[in-house]
Write a protein that binds this ligand. Structure first.
Ligand SMILES: [Cu+2]
Ligand SMILES: [Zn+2]
Length: 183
């Protein structure tokens, strides 16, 4: 009897361990992470007044991102997807580098070499408001790890992206950050 209980316990443990493996997790992802929409709530960092959101939807094989932000200084501000879904640091350094699953050079989206997170620049009006709509078939919501935006972060910078300086675009401080979550 004792031995039977031990075996059952081992089976339960193995089942739990397999559930945590990447292969098994993707089979479960249908209900939890593979979806048609995602959202990042953008919060202020580096002492800024930035607030906003980035919404992601899927249509005809493309992901469309719609960003609305307030609290910016008028003018251009770099916006990127960064590799880590972690905005906990006061200066958003926890978000890591630009999302770059293809090991590319930083650049301008759609021209030569560019990171998968190199969205470009937001342009804020005199009231500090900016909106941007961006669509691409290079991203997915819940697809392959090299395309999946879930678990990345949206980062907004103090300065404009110059599309040349490696590996950051010389965009300065990280003034807004939001983790991209399935919804
Ligand atoms: Cu950035
Ligand atoms: Zn980049």
């Amino acid at each position: 009897m004792k031995r039977t209980i031990w075996i059952l316990g081992t089976v339960a443990f193995l089942a739990a361990a397999m559930g945590a493996m990447p292969g098994a997790a993707s089979a479960q992802a249908g209900s939890s992470t593979k979806g048609e929409a995602a959202l990042a709530a953008i919060e202020a960092r580096s002492g800024s007044m930035v607030k906003g959101q980035a919404e992601f939807t899927v249509s005809s094989g493309k992901v469309t991102m719609t960003v609305t932000v307030t609290g910016l200084t008028p003018g251009s501000h770099a916006i990127h997807l960064h590799e880590k879904g972690d905005c906990s640091d006061p200066e958003a350094n926890s978000a890591g580098a630009h999302w770059n699953p293809t090991n590319a050079q930083h650049g301008r989206w759609g021209e030569g070499s560019f990171h998968r997170g190199d969205i470009g620049n937001l342009v804020a009006n005199a009231a500090g408001e900016a909106t941007l709509t961006f669509a691409t078939d290079l991203w997915t919501i819940g697809g392959d790890v090299g395309t999946d935006v879930i678990g990345r972060s949206v980062v907004i910078h103090d300065k404009a992206d110059d599309f040349q300086t490696q590996p950051t675009g010389n965009a300065g401080n990280r003034i807004g950050c939001g983790v991209i979550r399935a919804r």
